[in-house]
Design a protein. Structure first.
Length: 292
């Protein structure tokens, strides 16, 4: 991750109360985010199709920003409401055995447990490493031929331990590497490109507010994960929705296929002109671990 731009202007943008240190739980919104959110709200308040479309088009800009931070192509980026949305898509789409620590934040452990119980295509292999640290050695000792994916947190929410993604990739080989990066995105210089799935949120270190989730899926992840949400580019062939005559006629009248795009956007968060916008979300348990 390369720092560019005017560092002085960046420092001056921190206009919250002096002494605020709880960035690992919540980052006070930056001035530019607040300004852009208000601007988008005014556009959405007009009811004009052109204004609504302008806000919707900010999705692509937010994907570009996220891709620059993660160091991956923008085509791999999906904007989502939360970190958990991205992790659930990855874990529920897995088959085989997922290796993860019992000490991980519930966004990982609950998703793994529920996917295992509900689908029958995934088995969770629970690791209990010393101090809860998912070190390369601990993962190497726990690997078996049945393990198809490994899930870790970039930064441990309890201790601040930072996972070595590059070393983990060397250890697990061709298996999928799934990373919950919410505690580190924007503050930790990590090799995100070695991971197959990276999920995070902008409401901490990026100061973008809640509802600014982002996920990156490598081509290997796309090839191996079964889609399990309606956020797909096209509806699958034979979908009951497509059998309705009125819907077929509607699609025939519109070369833009707006109904399908609208379905996809229901799972996407419009971005602002400079970062990602904010949709109010329900509070979730605080995750206060700071990077080591």
């Amino acid at each position: 991750m390369t720092v560019t731009g005017d560092i002085t202007a960046y420092i001056e943008s921190f206009d919250s109360e002096p002494g605020y240190l709880d960035w690992a739980a919540f980052g006070p919104l930056s001035p530019v985010v607040r300004s852009e959110v208000h601007a988008d709200a005014e556009l959405l308040g007009t009811g004009r199709r052109s204004s609504v479309d302008l806000v919707n088009e900010h999705v692509d800009q937010s994907r570009t920003h996220a891709a620059s931070v993660l160091g991956v192509p923008a085509e791999q980026i999906v904007i989502q409401p939360s970190t958990s949305h991205g992790l659930q898509q990855a874990i529920y789409g897995l088959s085989g055995t997922l290796l993860l620590s019992r000490a991980e934040y519930p966004a990982l452990t609950i998703a793994a447990a529920r996917a295992e119980a509900a689908l029958g295509t995934l088995r969770a292999a629970w690791l209990e490493p010393e101090h809860g640290f998912m070190t390369p050695d601990a993962v190497r000792d726990a690997l078996t031929d049945e393990v198809t994916a490994v899930a870790v947190s970039l930064v441990d929410f309890r201790t601040g331990y930072r996972a070595d993604l590059g070393a983990l990739r060397d250890v697990i080989g061709d298996r999928l590497l799934i990373v919950d990066a919410i505690q580190g995105l924007g503050v930790v210089d990590a090799d995100y490109g070695v991971a197959d799935v990276v999920c995070a949120n902008g409401y901490k270190w990026l100061r973008a507010g809640r509802g600014t989730g982002v996920a990156s899926y490598s081509q290997r992840a796309v090839d191996r994960l079964a889609p399990c949400s309606p956020a797909t580019p096209e509806l699958p062939t034979g979908c009951p929705w497509m059998r309705c005559p009125s819907h077929r006629r509607m699609l025939g009248r519109s070369s833009s296929r707006r109904p399908i795009r609208s379905l996809r956007r229901a799972w996407e968060v419009p971005s602002t002109r400079s970062t990602m916008s904010v949709w109010p979300r329900s509070p979730r348990p605080s995750r206060r671990g700071r990077p080591a």
